[in-house]
Design a protein around this ligand. Structure first.
Ligand SMILES: Cc1cc2nc3c(=O)[nH]c(=O)nc-3n(C[C@H](O)[C@H](O)[C@H](O)COP(=O)(O)O)c2cc1C
Length: 448
């Protein structure tokens, strides 16, 4: 169905569109499932709403949280969500996605601990002394999308017939070696130690969005110990998880995982070999079963590539400037994300499952999220872009029983645009005093 912008005046109109599209969209007016506490590795969240990892590209050049980073997490914590997922944080300098990405190395650890503490204190001031959200820090290597200084410096796990061309990589561009991947395992372990020391409840070994581990999962054409077979492609993630579990038994392990790339075989993961538009979840589900046995307590289900197929990852009204118009309705994208998480939850009922990709639903998000949780299709539902726009969405849902339609994210992609223009990002529409000038400056620089 053709792409359309959000223009629904009632829940009934939204449901009618879902029916017209032939997609399943559960809704209910009883929002009480969103107030449920969820046990993650024995620790209870205050409610079933979360904030996804959202990179602000606003760390210092050394990779410590900057002023805007601190501001973001204070706002998030004041909002009262039960799960606060701290953004993509690089484990090595060469794996940073931009020169202002956070970097978790021993020299920066004290600032990460302080960031978490300050956020929780701010959260308690507003939500009461008992407010104790579950905190996760996402650790990452940006792989193909590394840009540690001022120009791209891709570190690739395998050649990709599409992405290599998009990025202008020659056929003989070198692959990261097996030995370097072995050494990276040690870096992941060191970073996990720091996550633990900084007081986070969980670590997330980022395995999504075509960054390094996500690319490895699809490394069908790579020779050696990290490519080819399922066992080899999943090696880095499995071995890192096993080593963290062994050394840090008290640190909960979570994984933000692409279960579907929407990218053609032999470069895609979770896709039908014949048609990348069709998910084939056999391998992702097999991996999740293994990860659960290794001690992973939570999977945050995501999909797509934010650089190449952003409509899969984050259904939108408007793409970044010059971006394509998707050949599907955004509601089909939202329904796909709901369906993907449901497949994981139904296969592994004991695993905590977090759902993604809901921001396009605007003020109907709570009704859909409540129905998803009520049906047991996910345990926690979180917002990404929606949290930039409306950081206290969780409190409004839980206390007022609704969201203010004048404050919800309009999925205009300007937050992504700032990132593409290499600026520190946030909501240009609803936090415009801070991000309006940054957006305009980025556009001006781009044109110059
Ligand atoms: C500006 C921006 C930064 C993001 N940073 C991260 C990140 O650090 N880690 C991650 O896993 N996903 C990241 N994402 C993806 C979001 O977490 C989320 O999956 C996506 O926006 C879809 O959810 P939504 O519809 O609620 O926005 C980012 C998205 C945007 C727009």
């Amino acid at each position: 169905m053709p792409h359309e912008r959000f223009r629904f005046k009632s829940l009934e109109e939204l449901l009618a569109k879902a029916e017209e599209l032939g997609v399943e969209l559960p809704v209910q007016r009883d929002l009480s499932p969103l107030a449920r506490q969820v046990s993650i590795g024995g620790k209870l969240t205050p409610n079933a709403l979360g904030i996804h990892p959202m990179e602000g590209c606003d760390g210092t050049t050394e990779g410590k949280p900057g002023e805007l980073t601190v501001r973001r997490y204070l706002r998030f914590a004041r909002g009262g969500a039960g799960l606060l997922w701290f953004e993509a944080t690089a484990i090595v300098p060469e794996g940073r996605a931009n020169p202002h990405q956070l970097l978790l190395v021993p020299e920066n650890a004290a600032e990460f601990a302080a960031l978490r503490e300050q956020a929780l204190n701010a959260g308690r001031e507003v939500n009461g002394p008992d407010y104790e959200p579950f905190t996760v820090l996402q650790i990452t290597h940006s792989g193909r999308y590394s840009r540690p200084v001022d120009k791209p410096a891709p570190i690739i796990a395998h050649h990709d017939g599409i992405l290599d061309k998009v990025q202008g990589l020659p056929e003989d561009y070198p692959l990261i070696s097996d030995e370097e991947l072995d050494r990276l395992q040690d870096r992941y372990l060191e970073a996990a130690r720091l996550v633990y020391q900084c007081g986070f409840d969980g670590v997330d070994i980022k395995s999504c969005h075509r960054y390094l581990i996500s690319e490895l999962l699809a490394a069908h054409t790579r020779p050696g110990r990290y490519g080819g077979s399922f066992e080899n492609r999943t090696r880095l993630l499995r071995e890192v998880v096993a080593r963290i579990r062994e050394e840090l038994p008290e640190l909960r392990i979570t994984i933000r995982l692409n279960v579907y790339d929407g990218h053609p075989y032999p470069w895609g993961w979770g896709v039908s070999k014949e048609d990348p538009r069709v998910p084939d979840l056999r391998e992702p589900l097999k991996l999740i079963g293994i990860l659960q046995k290794l001690g992973v307590s939570l999977i945050n289900v995501t999909a797509g590539n934010p650089y190449y197929t952003p409509h899969i990852n984050r259904p939108f009204d408007q793409n970044v400037i010059g971006g394509y118009i998707p050949d599907e309705h955004p509601l089909e994208g939202v329904a796909r994300m709901i369906w993907l998480a449901r497949q994981v939850k139904e296969a592994y009922p004991d695993l905590v499952v977090v759902g993604s990709g809901y921001s396009w639903l605007r003020h109907y998000f709570p009704q859909v999220a409540a129905a998803v949780i009520q049906r047991g299709w996910a345990d926690i539902v979180a917002l990404g872009r929606g949290a930039f726009a409306y950081p206290d969405f969780a409190r409004d849902i839980l206390q007022k029983g609704k969201l203010d339609p004048r404050r919800t994210c309009i999925t205009c992609s300007r937050c992504t645009q700032i990132m593409r223009d290499h600026g520190p990002t946030g909501c240009v529409v609803f936090d415009k005093e801070v991000y309006g000038p940054i957006y305009r400056e980025g556009r001006r620089r781009h044109r110059a």
